[in-house]
Design a protein around this ligand. Structure first.
Ligand code: 0RQ
Length: 492
């Protein structure tokens, strides 16, 4: 298999990476991300910094990587620039202190940006693989992410050959490249499970400068259990989708769902999966969590396309033991295909994502708390919400025990504009914004979604605002944030 390649320890391979290098990691979420090199890079940074030598890299990934890995690298002060998504508390703190430059990107767009050199050349890619052949065929693992483009564009490649993964994981991979404009052709995916590529990435084997052997699971822990709030939001989603189905605005065979990550999304899938009035459906998503695996086995989900299997090790092992069943029902794609606008629009995907806050006109903030501090990043939410058949956003109506309203007069930061957001759902109800003018949208959002504690304030703002097509009182549009900063609560 890899006799032709130089086998190294992770620490030896880390020495191939220099200060200032643009480094690219495989994977999507912790699934498929390298596991030994991040730790070794952190050790290298600490050792060099002790000798007062500089060592900070630029790091591109698929989405998040393991929080442990991102935290270790951040704590070792090993990263000066990071894109396109993260979920690690120590890294987040450094970004918000201005110590790491972070670039928040639509996940579907990263591959083409790299292909066209928007970020400069990639010095070295670190790629987790289940196998690599002397001819340069690289078989990926549980998360595909941007690994294909990183493998092709990087000047040098380090392979983490992880024996933890089943060699059969390759049966789920469907790797295809989009080509360069203006000669791009259509991606011929007409059904969720269509396969259009190969099970491996072909590269020049001479680029592989090291192979590091590992036997390590993905750093994935299960999300918490269902709680009453998540269940209430999920029931409102269920009620809305059933209404659409009965009105024939969703066809009788249903449409593929995309579901973000977290407790609300898990609750939604469980509730939809249990309802016999909702026909078995497909997932055209970016991440598959445990709830999807359970519903596949119950045949409530027929098939699933995504960029990663973001499931804890026990669930991944279960999948590996039942590959005859799962390999026919799951396709793992590069993120420029799992999140591809053309395909999302063609398949009529129903997008279900969680946001931090929404304003009364339907703009959504997914990324920056009070407009200032980064939470995680836009991730794939924009890829799906902008192009979906039905763009649904969900959130609890309040945060921090009611000190924060997630419905505000004017969003402090906008990731998704009123033109993309079609439906907002909280535990109180559903604001169906389709066909509504701005003032009608405001009335629907305040009346159906805002917490009762905040409704009078929001109606008052709407009435007080300078009237035009949209009503705003620019002198007071951000009063709730100022109250929060000065008094610890949005309502004084
Ligand atoms: O804080 O952890 O201190 O309690 O934000 O909020 O309600 O637990 O929800 O875990 O689903 O995360 C938008 C961040 C929601 C996520 C976001 C506080 C709240 C809590 C987390 P605590 P919840 P979730 C697929 C699609 C963007 C990327 C995306 C996200 C913490 O869904 O990152 O959609 N989305 N990707 O108390 C201040 C507010 C707040 C607030 C909530 N208005 N102001 N704090 N919180 N609302 C995945 C990929 O792309 C890979």
């Amino acid at each position: 298999m890899n006799q032709d390649f130089t086998v190294m320890t992770a620490d030896e391979a880390a020495r191939l990476i220099s200060h200032g290098n643009m480094v690219a990691f495989s994977g999507f979420t912790p699934a498929g991300a390298p596991k030994a090199l991040p730790e070794a890079l952190a050790r290298r940074a600490v050792a060099l910094h002790r000798r007062e030598q500089p060592f900070r890299i630029k790091l591109l990934t698929g989405a998040s990587i393991g929080a442990l890995a991102d935290n270790q690298l951040a704590e070792a002060d090993a990263v000066e620039w990071r894109a396109p998504y993260q979920t690690a508390p120590a890294l987040r703190d450094k970004i918000n202190r201005g110590e790491v430059n972070f670039v928040d990107l639509h996940l579907s767009e990263v591959a083409q940006m790299v292909n066209y050199g928007f970020f400069g050349p990639i010095d070295i890619a670190v790629i987790e693989a289940s196998a690599v052949t002397p001819e340069g065929r690289v078989y990926l693992t549980s998360g595909i992410g941007n690994a294909p483009v990183y493998l092709q564009q990087a000047r040098r490649v380090i392979i983490e050959l992880n024996a933890y993964h089943s060699p059969r994981i390759r049966e789920m991979s469907d790797i295809v490249s989009l080509g360069a404009p203006p000669l791009r052709t259509m991606v011929p995916i007409f059904h969720t499970l269509d396969r259009v590529g190969e099970g491996y990435v072909q590269i020049d084997p001479k680029k592989i400068v090291a192979v590091v052997h590992t036997h390590l699971p993905d750093q994935i822990t299960e999300f918490g259990n269902e709680n009453p709030l998540c269940l209430q939001i999920a029931r409102n989603v269920e009620r809305f989708l059933l209404k659409e189905l009965h009105a024939k605005r969703i066809p009788a065979g249903f449409l593929p769902l995309q579901s973000g990550v977290g407790n609300i999304n898990n609750a939604v899938l469980k509730v939809l999966g249990r309802n016999p009035d909702i026909p078995p459906f497909m997932m055209y998503s970016e991440v598959l969590q445990t709830s999807v695996i359970e519903l596949l086995e119950q045949e409530r989900i027929i098939g699933a396309s995504a960029s990663s299997l973001t499931v804890p090790p026990s669930v991944l092992e279960h999948i590996y033991q039942n590959m005859d069943f799962f390999s026919e029902r799951v396709v793992l794609r590069p993120q420029e295909i799992s999140n591809n606008p053309e395909i999302i629009r063609r398949l009529g995907v129903i997008a279900l994502n969680v946001g931090l806050e929404f304003d009364i006109y339907g703009h959504a903030n997914s990324t920056h708390v009070a407009g200032v501090n980064l939470m995680n990043g836009i991730g794939g939410s924009g890829d799906f919400e902008r192009n979906a058949y039905l763009s649904i956003f969900m959130a609890p109506s309040i945060a921090k025990g009611g000190k924060i309203s997630t419905i505000v007069p004017m969003c402090s930061h906008v990731d998704h504009s009123e033109h993309s957001v079609k439906v907002i759902i909280t535990e109180h109800g559903v604001a169906d914004l389709r066909g509504l003018s701005p003032i009608q949208r405001a009335e629907a959002i305040i009346g159906n979604c805002a917490h009762p504690l905040y409704r009078d304030y929001l109606y008052g703002y709407l009435a007080r605002g300078k009237s035009g097509h949209i009503h705003h009182d620019l002198a007071h549009a951000f009063d709730l944030y100022q109250n929060l900063e000065q008094h610890g609560s949005m309502l004084v």
